[in-house]
Design a binder for this molecule. Structure first.
Ligand code: ADP
Length: 475
């Protein structure tokens, strides 16, 4: 397969002005897939110029037309889903099933926001005295900078591009350095279906931080939509403050998964396996802390260990493997260090715990006897590691679950009424009850506390790219 590996600025693919490139590595065997163009400051500024020049025309394009372009992109991605998944596997390392799952999820954002483009809401009201009219229009906020991580290189790009384009914003996509090829492919699909020049641009700035800050500080850039770590998110919020740029932030998670005494163990094991092992655990929604009631603890551990033993870890292009590679050897080593520290702090290694030498693989792993508050409970593991913490009392587990700066995702397994009651007490933007995966383009995705600001998907997602304008009529 040949890969698009250049910058996309003002409707044209081109190398970076400085001629520099960086390697994109296949994490399953550490070979170089290709090299990608590095964007200089001049390239980044050219992308902002192109987006700014296209903004007025794109905002004036009929919502139906914007929607139909997104729908056309959805159709192309549907027809090319295997090719799409293969690019994701090559640069990210995830399993084939995870890549097909992501490709399917990613393209759905184009379909969903194709439908939302023609449903942008406004308001019309009479003043309380009955003598004046209040009209509230929603208008595109302006040029949007979209920064995406490597763990879902397709879905995080489409979850931002689709609502931005539907709203009438022009865009600059900055994918993660590890996974620019998927982003380039998505951008090419938008070009192929006829999205006008300048409406979508793609840059991979080197060095990242300073050049992103320069783009944010261009007055034409009015929106930042970021998915990534809380640490980088905080820095970007500071950068946004300088020119009062609107920021939507999908940041880190530390999801608790709570198994209540009345849980159906078949449903729990299936759900917990998905909540933990989907994407090899490299998801901000992944179950990071597994709290199991002591009355169900041994049963849970025994059954989960048997499930893990049946999983095969290996290259994503080998479709018989259920768990793929982590994105890089440094991510693999981070996961290994987290597990080693957990064991040093008193946890018991029941299964796994090994890294491969040849690729960025980490074995599926289960730890028991993890203490609430130990280091593994405080960090995002981002790997296929189940960390089981026993508990005795429901009030205690709610307190432990909420004892984190994060608040993205939580899972509760139990008798439904009790599980919903616990769900209501959890400090999280999303709670799954008796299910292991929640992502849905029709649902608002996002976190509370330091997991983020704003929501993506649903009818809220487009609002992040729109601003209200109040028009006051005198009669
Ligand atoms: P992850 O832990 O998922 O790699 P990061 O927050 O490090 O999360 O990266 C998410 C995205 O943010 C990537 O596109 C990455 O290149 C980008 N990024 C990393 N550091 C900075 C920075 N200082 N300024 C702007 N973007 C950054």
């Amino acid at each position: 397969m040949t890969y698009l590996a250049d910058l996309f600025i003002d409707g044209a693919w081109r190398p970076g002005g400085g001629g520099e490139r960086f390697d994109v590595v296949d994490p399953s065997d550490l070979t170089v897939i290709t090299s990608f163009a590095a964007a200089t400051e001049a390239d980044c500024m050219a992308a902002v110029d192109a987006a700014a020049a296209a903004q007025e025309g794109w905002a004036a394009t009929a919502p139906r037309e914007r929607g139909e372009l997104l729908r056309a992109a959805y159709e192309v991605l549907t027809a090319e889903v295997e090719q799409f998944a293969e690019i994701i596997v090559r640069e990210n390392g995830k399993s084939w099933a995870d890549a097909i799952g992501e490709a399917g999820y990613a393209k759905e954002f184009f379909r969903w926001f194709a439908e939302e483009a023609v449903r942008i809401p406004g308001e019309y009201r009479l003043s309380p005295a009955g003598d004046k009219r209040i009209i509230v229009d929603r208008q595109p906020i302006g040029v949007a900078l979209l920064i995406t991580p490597w763990n879902f290189p397709a879905a995080m790009a489409t979850r931002k591009l689709a609502p931005a384009l539907a709203a009438g914003c022009t865009t600059i996509l900055k994918p993660a350095r590890e996974t620019p090829l998927t982003a380039a492919y998505v951008v090419e699909v938008l070009r192929r279906v006829g999205v006008p020049n300048g409406v979508v641009n793609l840059v991979t700035p080197v060095p990242t931080g300073p050049l992103v800050a320069k783009m944010i500080n261009r007055p034409e850039v009015r929106k930042l939509s970021f998915t990534g770590s809380t640490e980088v998110g905080r820095d970007l919020l500071h950068a946004c403050a300088d020119s009062v740029v609107s920021a939507s932030m999908e940041l880190g998670g530390n999801a608790p998964l709570i198994v209540l005494p009345g849980a159906d163990m078949d449903v729990t094991i299936e759900g917990a396996l998905t909540a933990k092992m989907r994407n090899g655990g490299a998801a901000c929604t992944a179950a990071n802390r597994v709290y199991v009631h002591s009355s169900r603890h041994d049963e849970f551990v025994e059954r989960m260990t048997a499930e893990l033993a049946a999983l095969s870890v290996g290259p994503g292009l080998d479709r018989s493997r259920q768990v793929g590679a982590l994105v890089s050897t440094s991510e693999r080593d981070k996961v290994a260090a987290i597990v080693d520290t957990a064991v040093a702090e008193g946890a018991t290694l029941v299964h796994g715990g090994t890294s491969s030498e040849k690729g960025a693989f980490y074995d599926v792993t289960l730890l028991t006897g993890v203490r609430h508050g130990s280091s593994i409970n405080a960090v995002e593991i981002f790997g296929p590691v189940v960390a089981v913490v026993p508990y005795d009392d429901v009030d205690e587990v709610v307190r432990m679950a909420n004892d984190t700066i994060y608040g993205l995702m939580a899972y509760v397994f139990g008798e439904e009424a009790e599980a919903v009651a616990v769900a209501r007490r959890l400090e999280a933007g999303m709670v799954a009850v008796n299910r292991g995966v929640v992502s849905d383009p029709a649902a608002p995705f996002g976190g509370v506390k330091q997991s983020g600001l704003g929501r993506e998907g649903s009818s809220d997602g487009i609002l992040e790219f729109l601003e209200e304008k109040y028009i006051a009529l005198s009669a």
